[in-house]
Design a protein around this ligand. Structure first.
Ligand SMILES: Cc1ncc(COP(=O)(O)O)c(C=O)c1O
Length: 434
C-alpha cells in the first residue's frame, strides 16, 4: 500500500498489514497530537462509550481463539458457540427482568430502535400509523421516524420535556389520536441523564391498547428496572455503554408477532434477526450485563457521591454555572453543566488539550452553531445552552480525577471568558452522535 500524507498504517517491523487505513488530516491531528496516550488524564465521557471491562474481555477471548464455531452448527464446535450465546441471553434476561425467549441480539442499539419503529410502521401500513415520542430522543429514534414520515408511513407527535428534563406522562395521553399505535420514550436521556416516566407512560399505553417501547441504552446497568413489571412491548439495549464491546445490542419484544425482521437471511435469532451471530460480542454483552447486575447498587452510590463532589467543586470555582435537569432523577454518573459566557464545544476542545475527555451536550449537537436540541426542548435559552458541557463518570473514575477535572474546567472557563476563542465554522468535525 502506498503511504500518502493522509495514510497511517500499522506497517512496522516488516509486518505488512491489510489493516492500513486512511484518515482526514484533521482527524489525524486530533488522534496523534491531542489524544496521545500520555496525555490521557481523565475520561469523563462514559455516555459516549465505556472501556471494555477486562473481566469481560477475559470471557470473550476464548470465543475468538478456541470456541469459534457457528452456533447454528449441530457439531461440537457449533454447540460450544451456542452455549456462549445462550448463557449471554440468560444473563441479559436476568438484568432486565425478561425471559430469554423474548430477547434477540442485534448489531447495537441503533438497529434495535430501528427494528421497533419499522416493525410497527409495517404492521399498520395502510391503516394509519401515528406514533408519539419525546423531542429528546436519540437520532436512532428521531432520524428513523423522519425517514418513515418522509415515506408517508408514519405521523409523529414529539413531546417536549418540562424544564426539569422529564416529559409529563399526561402529554402522552393527550396526544392520542384514532390511529395512535406506538409510544416510544427513552428510559434516560443521554445528555442530561434525566430519567423519564416510562412506567407511567406504559400504564397509559396499556389502558389505550397502544404499543410501548423504551430505549434503555443509557440506563442499562446504571439504574435498576424490570421489563416484566413495566409491561412494555419493546425495549432496546446496547453493550458498549455498560463496559461491553461495541457493535452488539439486543431487542426485547413481548410478542414475536409484532416484530418484522429488518434483514432477510438465514433465520438466526428465532427467525427475527438473520445473520451469523457475533458470538464473542454476544458473550461480552452477557458478561457485562452480569457484572453490572452484581455491581449496580454499589456503583450507583459511588458515582452519585463522585458527581456530587464534582458539582460542588464546580459551583465553588465557577460563577454562572448551572446543572441541567437538577430537579430530575438523573443517571448516577451524568452531569450536564452549563457555563455562562462560553461555548461548550470550545471548552471540550481545551479540556481535550489537557487530557480530559468530556463532551459538549451530546456529540450529535457538538457544533457550536446548534445548541443541543435536548436543552432547547427543555426551554433553556440558546445562549446558555451553547455553554453546555457533559461530564459522564464511570467505573474507573476516582475522586482525584474529579478534582483534576473540576480544576481544569475552572481554568478553561475562566480563560475563555477572558479571551473568547476565534469561532471556527468547520467544527462539524465533532458532530458524531453518541
Ligand atoms: C439513548 C441512545 N440510544 C441509542 C444509541 C445508539 O446505540 P448504538 O451505539 O449501540 O447503536 C445511543 C448511543 O449511541 C444512545 O445513547
Amino acid at each position: 500500500m502506498t503511504e500518502t500524507a493522509k495514510t497511517r498504517g500499522v506497517e512496522s517491523a516488516g509486518f505488512h498489514s491489510p489493516l492500513s487505513f486512511s484518515l482526514d488530516t484533521d482527524v489525524d491531528c486530533l488522534l496523534n497530537e491531542s489524544f496521545r496516550a500520555e496525555m490521557k488524564k481523565a475520561y469523563f465521557d462514559h455516555n459516549a462509550t465505556t472501556p471494555l471491562d477486562p473481566r469481560v474481555l477475559d470471557e470473550m477471548l476464548p470465543y475468538f481463539k478456541e470456541q469459534w464455531g457457528n452456533p447454528s452448527s449441530v457439531h461440537e464446535w457449533g454447540q460450544e458457540a451456542r452455549y456462549g450465546v445462550e448463557k449471554a441471553r440468560a444473563r441479559l434476561a436476568k438484568l432486565v427482568g425478561a425471559s430469554e425467549d423474548n430477547l434477540v441480539f442485534t448489531s447495537g442499539g441503533t438497529e434495535a430502535n430501528n427494528t421497533v419503529l419499522l416493525s410497527v410502521a409495517r404492521k399498520f401500513a395502510g391503516q394509519g400509523c401515528h406514533m408519539v415520542t419525546s423531542s429528546i430522543e436519540h437520532p436512532a429514534i428521531y432520524r428513523c421516524l423522519a425517514r418513515l414520515e418522509s415515506e408517508g408511513l408514519v405521523e409523529t407527535t414529539y413531546l417536549d420535556p418540562d424544564p426539569s428534563g422529564a416529559v409529563d406522562p399526561r402529554a402522552f395521553e393527550e396526544a392520542i389520536g384514532p390511529n395512535t399505535r406506538l409510544f416510544s420514550l427513552m428510559y434516560a436521556n443521554n445528555e442530561t441523564g434525566a430519567v423519564q416516566p416510562v412506567k407511567e407512560v406504559a400504564r397509559i399505553a396499556a389502558k389505550h391498547g397502544i404499543l410501548m417501547h423504551t430505549d434503555t441504552i443509557q440506563a442499562l446497568g446504571k439504574v435498576p428496572f424490570d421489563l416484566g413489571e413495566m409491561g412494555l412491548d419493546f425495549a432496546s439495549f446496547s453493550a458498549h455503554k455498560l463496559y461491553g464491546p461495541k457493535g452488539i445490542g439486543a431487542l426485547y419484544f413481548r410478542d414475536r408477532e409484532r416484530v418484522v425482521p429488518l434483514l432477510s437471511g438465514g433465520g438466526q435469532e428465532m427467525k427475527l434477526r438473520s445473520g451469523t451471530e457475533n458470538v464473542a460480542g454476544i458473550v461480552g454483552f452477557g458478561a457485562a450485563a452480569e457484572l453490572s447486575r452484581i455491581e449496580l447498587e454499589a456503583e450507583r452510590a459511588r458515582l452519585m457521591d463522585l458527581r456530587a463532589r464534582l458539582e460542588a467543586r464546580l459551583k465553588r470555582e465557577i460563577e454562572g454555572f448551572y446543572v441541567c435537569a437538577a430537579e430530575a432523577e438523573r443517571l448516577p454518573g451524568t452531569l450536564c453543566a452549563c457555563f455562562e459566557g462560553v461555548f461548550g464545544t470550545y471548552v471540550v476542545l481545551d479540556l481535550a488539550e489537557e487530557g480530559v475527555a468530556v463532551s459538549s451536550g451530546s456529540a450529535c449537537s457538538a457544533n457550536k452553531s446548534e445548541p443541543s436540541h435536548v436543552l432547547l426542548a427543555m426551554g433553556m435559552e440558546p445562549d446558555l445552552a451553547q455553554g453546555a458541557v457533559r461530564f459522564s463518570l464511570g467505573r474507573r473514575t476516582t475522586a482525584e480525577q474529579v478534582d483534576l477535572v473540576a480544576d481544569a474546567t475552572a481554568r478553561v472557563v475562566t480563560k475563555q471568558r477572558a479571551h473568547p476563542p476565534q469561532l471556527d465554522e468547520e467544527l462539524d468535525l465533532l458532530s458524531i452522535c453518541d
